[in-house]
Design a protein around this ligand. Structure first.
Ligand code: UD1
Length: 355
């Protein structure tokens, strides 16, 4: 069987890692296509190296652009690749523009598409990712759902027959890396002490693209009563520069650094007091690593993290400090994201559902 994975953005490389490993243990052929949506070394290359992902077989080098231009350019570039490879499955991941382009290109060529991380919904139609997920789920032939909640969403949209619950492949990689780095101290910028800082990331359009909102978020982080390690996504840096918002604020709580490779991020979270973010993946990683998360969004797709208050949603920035300083829940966590063996499930479902 030939499986062709299409990836392009940072969270997709993380999801690809356990799938590539599980496929490498079989006789199946795995072709990796990188759209080039993310191209900075810190956003792409280090993930392939650290997570031991084979180098992409095809790199489309699409780069940045408006949603339409980026997605359309990917579509045009994917056509000849898919036509040449004619895989048994096209595997798409998550909810980025690379996911949608890969899906549309494949279904137009009548190639079977499997969507990994199907069924997530924020019910916020202002998010580009929400359109990408819904359109992908409705076009794909096989929906690999990470959670029971995702299965319910798909059933409610009439997609139950194409759905299989497989668990969450991000749990596979998170636990594997956690076990490898657990005893290593984190590399922290000067001024930060293990156990006393929070890790912060901000990159979503709703937080970065409005000057007033972004300025208020950076000011709130700088004013927190604990040191903040802000790992700056390129979009955050670009918007701050455009709006004249300083990320370098000596004397404040804020310590700004470059995005971290995956193992360093896991270590940074393991040794933190908690996380402040608008990233979907990091909310869940905080939960899996047993750290409190405060999410700067109006909703989350990973609703299981909200149980018992491991994760809380905050939009009113006056509430941020109180949220960050809340107590750790006493109840033991459940295991809504599976046991860390979802990637093997992906392979066996692709085998059994092959047309
Ligand atoms: C994309 C995904 C988002 C995911 C995020 C993870 C979509 C619609 N969004 O958002 O779901 O959570 O990836 O990071 O697909 N840039 C660089 N270097 C890079 C990549 C981006 O400088 O390697 C800058 C460019 O200015 C670019 C901007 O970041 O215009 C946004 O990048 P883009 O890939 O369009 O979306 P993300 O915000 O990264």
């Amino acid at each position: 069987m030939k499986i062709l994975s299409i990836v392009g953005a940072r969270p997709q490389f993380v999801k690809l890692a356990p799938v590539a490993e599980a496929l490498a243990a079989t006789t199946h052929t795995h072709v990796i296509v990188h759209t080039g949506q993310h191209y900075d070394a810190a956003m792409s290359d280090v993930f392939f190296a650290d997570l031991r992902i084979p180098a992409p077989d095809v790199h489309l080098a699409i780069g940045s652009g408006s949603h339409g231009v980026q997605t359309g350019t990917m579509l045009a570039a994917l056509d000849p690749v898919l036509d040449r490879e004619r895989p048994d499955w096209v595997l798409v991941y998550g909810d980025t523009n690379s996911t949608l382009a890969g899906t549309i290109a494949a279904v137009k060529l009548h190639l079977p598409v499997a969507h990994l991380e199907a069924g997530l919904r924020s019910f916020n139609r202002a998010m580009p990712e929400e359109h990408n997920r819904i359109l992908t789920d409705h076009a794909a032939d096989l929906l690999l759902a990470p959670t029971e909640v995702a299965v319910k969403h798909l059933a409610a949209e009439g997609l139950g027959e194409r759905t299989v619950l497989i668990g969450d492949v991000m749990t596979d990689v998170c636990f594997r890396v956690r076990d490898a780095v657990r005893d290593e101290p984190p590399h922290l910028p000067e001024g930060l002490t293990p156990g006393e800082y929070v890790v912060a990331t901000i990159h979503r359009a709703e937080n970065t693209d409005d000057a007033g909102r972004l300025g208020a978020i950076v000011a709130a982080l700088a004013g927190l009563p604990v040191p903040v390690l802000l790992l700056a996504h390129p979009r955050l840096r670009a918007r701050c520069q455009e709006f004249g918002i300083a990320l370098d604020r000596p004397g404040s709580s804020l310590v700004t650094a470059e995005p971290l490779p995956y193992p360093d991020m896991v270590r940074a979270v393991l040794h933190s007091r908690g996380v402040v973010t608008d990233s979907g993946g990091l909310q869940k990683e905080a939960f899996l690593l047993g750290r409190l998360c405060t999410t700067l969004r109006t909703e989350t797709e990973w609703v299981e993290t909200l149980d018992d208050g491991w994760n809380v949603l905050v939009t009113d920035l006056d509430r941020l400090a109180g949220a960050v300083e809340r107590a750790v829940p006493r109840n033991p966590q459940g295991t809504p994201y599976g046991d860390g063996h979802a990637a093997e499930q992906v392979v066996s479902v692709l085998e059994s559902r092959r047309r």
